[in-house]
Structures are given as structure tokens and as C-alpha cells.
Write a protein that binds this ligand. Structure first.
Ligand SMILES: Cc1ncc(COP(=O)(O)O)c(C=O)c1O
Length: 401
């Protein structure tokens, strides 16, 4: 049967749906159309937190769907979004939550909030954005404009706007035209789990431009704390979360703001100071219910204590890889690991060595997706130590073959 499906970041001329079609997910595993069950070693690209099909989240979704599936958030509220906003405020230390859908739309909202903020407080000249080297903030136009992965944006120069890229933030922050600095905290996942030098963040502790922290990949426990910015002692003005917020079940993202930012938008309707941005599914009650259930599980399942145990285990399990001749570098921040491979000298196969290794790993029961030559291991927070051991053992066996 001819397929009418077009997949993201996928060469459709080479894609084989018979090889890679998932039909079920349970706990830390996915099952494909051929009946093979594999460990989801990338949490379905950094979204799955407590495992696939967790009964508490499934129940919350079903209950909410039968009560109120959706009602617009444009000029109207719903109790589930209200509760989630206060839960997120409590867990992040910021004050207000503006909901969107995917991560990139939370970034767009944060950037537009920054621009509108500076106009409202009388500094309209502040309209430039600063970002780190090797950054990635999503595929929509503003998010792409502050991203630095050339291959993702090289066709889209016509719509991207100029921004300032620098790891030496102290230098650029002295400028009087900077609206906001946007950073991924500790680790840049899309850059192949690049660990950002801590010194890059030092200049951000007390700055005049707004600080946007993008926790879309790192949020909800993946780096060993609930949010990575806690480890950097940063105080974001705007915080973007997505991916894991619903435990990896439904599209939901949020841009959290401090009172300082929020208050600058207050006035009378006719003043036109309210935030000019919104999406159809903003504050969707079903997604918000999934997010509340996800936060509850962090407490009832003592998830962060388990993450600490997994971290200790991983640092040992990765050691033999670090010294292997086919490994250039092992990078890890909490449960976000990148194992950068060194292709054999005569490697001339039509696919990269990283893709070859990932495909072998699939046959050995582990699903990962390489970033260039970097093999990722970003397991669900509910993973068992033996699953991590199995992944590292099979990876060692593959690159030793
Ligand atoms: C740090 C970061 N920001 C933003 C995004 C974009 O999120 P989404 O794919 O949900 O739009 C991603 C996606 O991988 C990400 O890693």
C-alpha cells in the first residue's frame, strides 16, 4: 500500500516503514510492526519520563477527556490549566505560565514576550537576541534564528533574522540593543550532547537583558535535578519547558515568566499591552491533566532518587566505552549521554558509522538515533539499571565487532 506519510528529518526515499514502524509502547520499551520489542534508549527523543503508557497518566488523560476535552484559552481559563500553572510556578520558582504546544512555540512566545516587554518598559532599541555556539531551540523561524546548527538552517536564510552568537557572553551583554540571551543549560542535546563550559553561564547571573533558559530537552529531571538551571544558579526571567512536561504523552509546552515580565503587560484592554500571541490548543485540559499526573509521579515514585541511582550506575557503565579505540569522547550530564564514535579508518559505507552502529543496536534490542557520529543514550527516568547495562554492553560489542 502506498504511504502518504511525510516524516520529519527523514529521507523518505530511503525510509523503510517495514523496518521502523512502532505500534505499541509499554514502560521503557517500544514494539514495532514486525513484533520486535526494543529499549527506548532516547525516550522517543527526550520526551518519555515515567515510561510509555503509565497507568496514572493514561487514567488522567481518559478522565479529563470525558470531562472537558478542550475549551479555548483566548480570554477564558480552565481549572486544569490553572492548577498546572501553579504547580509549575512552585516547581520552577517563576511566577506565571503561558501555555503553547511544541517546544519551538514556547521559544517563539519567549522571544516575542522579550520584544514586547522592552517596548512596554520604554527601551524599544533592545531587539537583538544573543545565543550560545552550537545552540538549538527548534525549527520555527524565530527559534531557528537563534539556533546555530548550520545544516538545519542553511536553506532558510531568507526568513531567519540576525542574532549574535557567542560563548563569551560578558562581551556582548554590554551592548544596549540586546533584548534577551537564550541558553540551553549545561548540555546542548541537539549538538550531540555538547557540554557547555560552566564559565559560559557565569556572566548571566546579573544582567540587564532578559535571560531565557530553554529547558525543553533538559527539564523534568534529565540532568539529575528537576531543572538544569538549578545547578548553574541562574535566575531566568523566562523559562521554556516542553517535551517531558506531559511525561511524553501529548504536545504541551509552557513559557514561564517572572512577575517583573508579566507585570509589564498589564493595563487596560484598549492600551493593547496584552501579549499578542496564542495557539488554538493553548492550555488544552487533556494535556494539562497529563502534566499534573506526571508531576505527581515524581513524588509518588520518588523519581529523582531513582535518577540519582541511575546516574551513579551510568558513570560506571560508561567507563569501558570511554577508553575504547572506536570512541572519541563520552559526554554525560545526568541521564543525557552522548558517545561520540571514531569511525574505522577505512570506513566508506554509504551510511555513516554512527547510523551503522545504531542500526546494529536496534537488532540487539536498543532503539537510538545517532546525531552525526554520536550515539545517544537518554533513557526514560523509569529505566532499570540492567537496561542501561544491556545498552552499554551491546554498544561495546557492536563497536568491537
Ligand atoms: C533545547 C531544545 N529546545 C527546543 C526544542 C524544540 O522543541 P520541539 O521539537 O518540541 O518543537 C528542542 C527539540 O529537540 C530542544 O532540544
Amino acid at each position: 500500500m502506498a504511504s502518504h506519510l511525510w516524516l520529519p528529518f527523514t529521507q523518505m526515499a530511503e525510509f523503510d516503514a517495514g523496518e521502523r514502524t512502532f505500534v505499541a509502547g509499554a514502560g521503557t520499551t517500544l514494539t514495532d510492526i514486525r513484533g520486535r520489542t526494543v529499549f527506548d534508549a532516547i525516550s522517543s527523543v527526550w520526551v518519555t519520563i515515567h515510561g510509555h503508557g503509565h497507568p496514572a497518566i493514561v487514567d488522567a488523560i481518559a478522565t479529563q477527556a470525558s470531562r472537558l476535552d478542550h475549551a479555548t484559552a483566548l480570554g477564558a481559563s480552565n481549572p486544569v490549566a490553572e492548577e498546572l500553572a501553579s504547580r509549575l510556578a512552585a516547581v520552577t520558582g517563576l511566577d506565571y505560565a503561558f501555555f503553547a504546544s511544541d517546544g519551538a512555540s514556547a521559544i517563539e512566545a519567549a522571544m516575542k514576550m522579550s520584544l514586547q516587554y522592552w517596548r512596554h518598559v520604554g527601551e524599544p532599541k533592545r531587539s537583538t537576541f544573543v545565543h550560545l555556539r552550537a545552540s538549538y531551540h527548534g525549527d520555527t523561524v524565530a527559534a531557528m534564528s537563534v539556533s546555530d546548527i548550520a545544516v538545519f538552517k542553511r536553506e532558510f536564510g531568507a526568513v531567519c533574522f540576525e542574532s549574535i552568537v557567542s560563548d563569551d557572553l560578558a562581551m556582548v551583554l554590554a551592548r544596549d540593543d540586546v533584548a534577551a540571551v537564550i541558553v540551553e543549560p549545561i548540555v546542548q542535546a541537539a549538538a550531540g550532547m555538547r557540554i557547555v563550559p560552566r564559565t559560559a553561564y557565569a556572566a548571566l547571573r546579573s544582567i540587564r537583558p532578559l535571560l531565557i533558559v530553554d529547558e525543553i530537552a533538559t527539564g523534568f529531571g534529565r540532568t539529575g535535578t528537576m531543572f538544569a538551571f538549578e545547578q548553574l544558579e541562574l535566575a531566568p526571567d523566562l523559562l521554556c519547558v516542553g517535551k517531558g512536561i506531559t511525561g511524553g504523552t501529548l504536545a504541551l509546552s509552557a513559557t514561564l515568566a517572572t512577575t517583573r515580565v508579566y507585570d509589564a503587560f498589564l493595563g487596560r484592554t484598549n492600551d493593547l499591552r496584552h501579549f499578542f500571541h496564542g495557539h488554538s490548543y493553548a492550555a488544552n485540559p487533556i494535556a494539562c491533566a497529563a502534566a499534573i499526573a506526571t508531576l505527581d509521579l515524581f513524588v509518588s515514585e520518588r523519581t529523582m532518587a531513582h535518577v540519582a541511582e541511575l546516574e551513579r550506575h551510568l558513570s560506571r557503565a560508561l567507563t569501558p566505552l570511554a577508553s575504547h579505540p572506536r570512541v572519541r569522547e563520552v559526554r554525560r550530564a545526568g541521564l543525557m549521554c552522548g558517545i561520540e564514535l571514531l569511525p574505522p579508518p577505512a570506513w566508506d559505507a554509504p551510511v555513516s558509522y554512527g547510523r551503522h552502529v545504531a542500526s546494529e543496536l536496534y537488532d540487539r534490542g536498543h532503539f537510538t538515533r545517532p546525531i552525526g557520529e554520536t550515539i545517544q543514550l537518554v533513557p526514560p527516568l523509569s529505566s532499570k539499571t540492567h537496561e542501561l547495562d544491556s545498552f552499554t554492553t551491546e554498544l561495546l560489542a557492536t563497536i568491537s565487532a
